[in-house]
Design a protein around this ligand. Structure first.
Ligand code: ZN
Length: 658
């Protein structure tokens, strides 16, 4: 029984008013951050990794900074923060840096000296990621520093054309990725809605339960737009776009590649070669969006930047970097019992393990309807759950005791009424399987803050979520703030365009073949990209979707034979992610030799680093136990038991573009 997600925030919304509030927030933060970056004189000590550039040390405490760092850590990339002053100083001393990021929202101000240093950095071969409003304002002022972004020539796109466009400087609308964008950024099946199979078609970025994701972005023009008046349609026909002022004309436009664009053709995501280096541009407030439950593009772009542009190793978010799926069954009414029986008799539960979540009360839609599974009085279901538990499937809570009553009526203010629903549900499942459930999914996606707190107090390890669709295990931000329950991992649904599972097909006029193809493609994607994603469905509807049920298992078996896929339970992956979060690791360069050093208080067993084959050769383990395997695009370096691992290789940054 799916329902639109109850999100406190609409994804993709961003207002200038909010931005100003955020700016003010930066100014009033008084805490002094502890910076770990060494001084310029200790050159050999400086680790190689991504650098998140901040205007000053206080910005380290900002929620948006935290969102960027969290996303990088979840993607397994080495990252540290650096202030503008430190960056300028280290550039002057010739310190190499793998990749530099100018984040959105926290970095609107920039001195001309910083802007010039960024140009020198890229011209000398540096990899730079520029985001949205970064470096648009003068230092210490809240107005645009120039007629267009001073970084326009670096980015290869003219944007932030405030003096020309005034109120039309920003625009809102859906965004569309090209096939090349889909491939380069490794965007997963289901996220993009292509109208047809044509190789030149563009697919709209989608999420579950929204007709359109609406993103604020800057209107853009090619850098040569001044030579072609009218390219920008403006209200003021007298004002043609100004000629670029900051850097001489002639700096290449031919090397611009646009991967995501707006309906009007504004550049949303692009890569641009400039000098010896390259610039990745996101014309969206990616960090801000992560704090509003819309993380997908931030994660994809960071991963692309870190791996394909900065050529850094990444720590896989899966044990041994084996991709796979969490299959989450929502068993929420008595209509599920017969299909479960049939699935079991057909041998369907002999595969897996799956994650089976149950609503346990006697009623489902409303009190008194007797459409619930009534677990305490239902010996067949009790025995079924015990059998699946004993087989290794994960049995958890789907709320909520009375599915729709909890789903529709629980809110931030009625904990005293609805907490007993959670307790009764929990106790019934525990009594059936003889163990405390530790995984959860909210009926209709409705999870008030107190319910999350209750899960935390009860030692739950993970829950399903309709926020941050398309990500693997993550820690979703709630109302703009990081979750205070850091050990509990959230498992977002994998949206198929605007739906999340099979029983919504009819409502959207889709054929079953479409979601079957989606599943086949998604499973192939998680295998190739070494990821875990979640797909969920309601067993009550399976008799109608036999082809899908069959495809799920057949595709899994096919990939399992190739040893590139496995089924995951939420709890084991949550344990893995917590263990992964304790791993401290760094990369250091000495001439062409690159060293990766990892250590943990816990065992490093099954932690796996992916190192791009294009830039690494002669890999060897220098400390601890590990296994090296060469695949097509990556070396896989898996740690054995032990608390330390050292790996060394010869690093050669490839000259050609990604
Ligand atoms: Zn449900």
């Amino acid at each position: 029984m799916p329902a639109p997600p109850k999100k406190s925030d609409k994804p993709g919304q961003y207002s200038m008013a909010r931005k100003l509030l955020l700016l003010l927030a930066i100014l009033v933060i008084a805490t002094v951050a502890s910076m770990t970056w060494p001084q310029a004189d200790s050159r050999t000590q400086v680790p190689t990794g991504l650098v998140l550039l901040l205007p000053h040390a206080d910005a380290r405490q900002h929620t948006i900074t935290q969102a960027w760092l969290d996303a990088a850590h979840e993607e397994g990339l080495p990252i540290s923060t650096m202030t503008d002053d430190e960056f300028i100083r280290l550039q002057a001393s010739g310190q190499p840096m793998a990749g530099v990021i100018l984040p959105d929202t926290v970095h609107p101000n920039a001195s001309d000296l910083l802007v010039n240093t960024l140009y020198q950095f890229v011209e000398g071969g540096g990899q730079l990621m520029v985001n949205f409003d970064a470096a648009l304002f003068q230092l210490h002022h809240k107005h645009y520093a120039a007629d267009e972004s001073r970084l326009s020539t670096l980015v290869g796109v003219r944007y932030a054309l405030y003096s020309h466009l005034q109120d039309d400087t920003l625009h809102s609308g859906p965004v569309f990725a090209s096939r090349e964008g889909e491939r380069q950024l490794a965007i997963q099946p289901g996220k993009l809605d292509f109208e047809d199979d044509a190789p030149d078609s563009w697919g709209e970025l989608t999420t579950y339960a929204y007709d359109h994701l609406v993103y604020d972005h800057f209107r853009t023009a090619p850098w040569w737009a001044a030579a072609a008046p009218g390219l920008l349609r403006t209200r003021d026909a007298r004002a043609d776009p100004p000629a670029p002022t900051h850097v001489p004309l002639g700096a290449g436009s031919g090397s611009l590649r646009t991967w995501v664009k707006s309906e009007q053709g504004d550049v949303i995501v692009s890569s641009h070669a400039h000098g010896q280096g390259q610039v990745l541009f996101a014309n969206l407030p990616l960090g801000y969006l992560k704090t509003r439950t819309d993380s997908y593009l931030l994660h994809r772009m960071l991963s692309f930047f870190g791996t394909h542009m900065a050529h850094l190793p990444r720590l896989a978010a899966t044990p041994n970097a084996t991709g796979g799926m969490v299959l989450n069954l929502h068993v929420d009414s008595s209509f599920a019992q017969k299909p479960l029986d049939d699935l079991e008799k057909s041998g369907w539960f002999d595969n897996g393990p799956y994650s089976i979540h149950v609503t346990a009360g006697p009623h489902a839609h409303h009190e008194g309807d007797r459409l619930g599974l009534n677990i305490p009085q239902n010996p067949w279901m009790q025995a079924f759950l015990k059998r699946q538990h004993d087989k290794g499937h994960e049995v958890g809570n789907h709320g909520g005791w009375t599915h729709n009553v909890f789903g529709n009526e629980a809110d931030e203010h009625n904990r005293s009424r609805f907490e007993p629903y959670l307790v009764r549900n929990h106790d019934s499942i525990r009594d059936a399987i003889g163990q405390e459930p530790v995984v959860y999914s909210a009926p209709m996606g409705n999870q008030p803050t107190w319910a999350t707190q209750w899960l935390h107090e009860r030692g739950f390890k993970a829950f399903y979520t309709t926020a941050d669709t398309g990500l693997g295990a993550t820690r979703s931000y709630i109302s703009g703030q990081p979750s205070p329950y850091s050990k509990m991992w959230n498992f977002p649904i994998s949206n198929f365009k605007r739906i999340a599972t099979v029983d919504e097909l009819e409502q959207f006029g889709l054929e079953e073949d479409e979601i079957r193809d989606f599943i086949v493609a998604l499973f192939a994607h998680v295998s190739e990209e070494h990821l875990v994603r979640l797909f969920y469905f309601h067993p009550a509807t399976t008799p109608q979707y036999f082809k899908t049920m069959k495809a799920l298992q057949e595709q899994a078996q096919l990939l399992q034979i190739q040893k590139v896929f496995r089924w995951y339970r939420m709890a084991e992956l949550s344990d893995f992610m917590n263990r992964r979060a304790t791993v401290k690791w760094q990369v250091h360069d000495q001439q062409d030799q690159r060293q990766l050093q990892a250590r943990s208080q816990d065992t490093l067993d099954s932690m796996t680093w992916l190192i791009p084959t294009r830039s690494a050769k002669d890999l060897r383990i220098t400390q601890g136990q590990g296994r090296i395997e060469r695949q097509e695009h990556h070396w896989l370096v898996s740690a054995g038991p032990g608390q330390t691992l050292g790996v060394a290789w010869t690093h050669q940054a490839p000259g050609e573009r990604p």
